[in-house]
Design a protein around this ligand. Structure first.
Ligand SMILES: Nc1nc2c(ncn2[C@@H]2O[C@H](COP(=O)(O)OP(=O)(O)O)[C@@H](O)[C@H]2O)c(=O)[nH]1
Ligand SMILES: [Mg+2]
Length: 245
């Protein structure tokens, strides 16, 4: 893929605005300030395609970047303090709606984790969600340049016990400052998207109508445990997406 061809396409503030996907999507997930915008800019060889900020952003939007026949999807960052309930709800329905929509061509989620720290509760909720929902994902450890060799080795060792199923998860150590890991990430994405095609949405609709058969016991999921579950996500991370296999 020619990563220089990426263009910002569109931002959505609510899940309902997002049209059906007409091409493979690669989504980026991570807590606010983890280095998501910096990684997207590095990957796509641009200085300011995604806005980098020292102050965590306040607006939850899903941003789409197109690159050849693929969309890169920047999910809103989670986990920053002092956010209103209304904003949390918005975040929840955006990310929850997007990830839970089994009809999207979600080829991969790239889950970012700051290499300097143990994964947060929210990071672990995301990872467990991907595992339960069978959403393909990899982990990118960010800000590798900020750790000395020994501290870095210690952190990487700790991740093997802190992150569930770590030995089965592909992970990349990354730095937006030194560029470490960017080629490895590009190669992985190239392999994943080499046959990527844009499919007209009308055709997609016809195709997916047959998938209704797969919608097994969709109804008795317990995804309504809401605000009082003790889960920082308010319980939306209960997979009920349609399983296609
Ligand atoms: N040293 C270092 N700083 C980084 C790296 N990636 C991001 N940052 C800094 O971390 C802060 C948050 O980055 P940003 O990309 O906006 O994070 P986002 O909120 O996840 O999109 C900014 O001050 C960045 O300059 C990295 O790889 N190394
Ligand atoms: Mg950002």
């Amino acid at each position: 893929m020619n990563y220089n061809k990426a263009e910002f396409t569109v931002s959505y503030g609510t899940f309902e605005q997002i049209p059906p996907s007409d091409r493979p999507e690669i989504a980026f997930s991570g807590r606010s300030n983890v280095g998501k915008s910096s990684l997207i800019n590095k990957l796509l060889n641009r200085k300011k395609l995604a806005r980098v900020s020292s102050v965590p952003g306040k607006t939850a939007t899903i941003n789409f970047y197109s690159c050849e026949n693929v969309y890169f999807v920047d999910l809103p960052g989670y986990g920053y303090a002092n956010v209103s309930k209304a904003e949390k709800r918005k975040w929840k329905s955006l990310i929850g709606g997007y990830l839970d929509d089994g009809s999207r061509q979600l080829d991969l989620v790239i889950q970012l984790i700051d290499m300097r720290h143990a994964p947060s509760k929210d990071d672990l909720s995301m990872i467990n969600y991907f595992i339960d929902a069978e959403i393909p994902f990899i982990i990118v450890f960010t800000k590798a340049d900020k750790l000395k060799k020994s501290a870095r080795e210690e952190r990487m060792r700790a991740f093997t016990t802190e992150i569930p199923c770590f030995e089965d998860i592909t992970s990349i150590e990354f730095s937006a400052v030194t560029g470490e890991g960017v080629e490895e990430l590009r190669e992985l994405l190239d392999e994943l998207t080499e046959d990527a095609e844009i499919t007209p949405v009308e055709t997609l609709r016809e195709d997916t109508s047959e998938l209704d058969d797969y919608d097994g016991d969709h109804e008795d999921d317990d995804s309504e445990d809401g605000e009082d579950s003790g889960n920082p996500f308010g319980g939306f991370l209960t997979p009920n997406r349609k399983k296609l296999n």
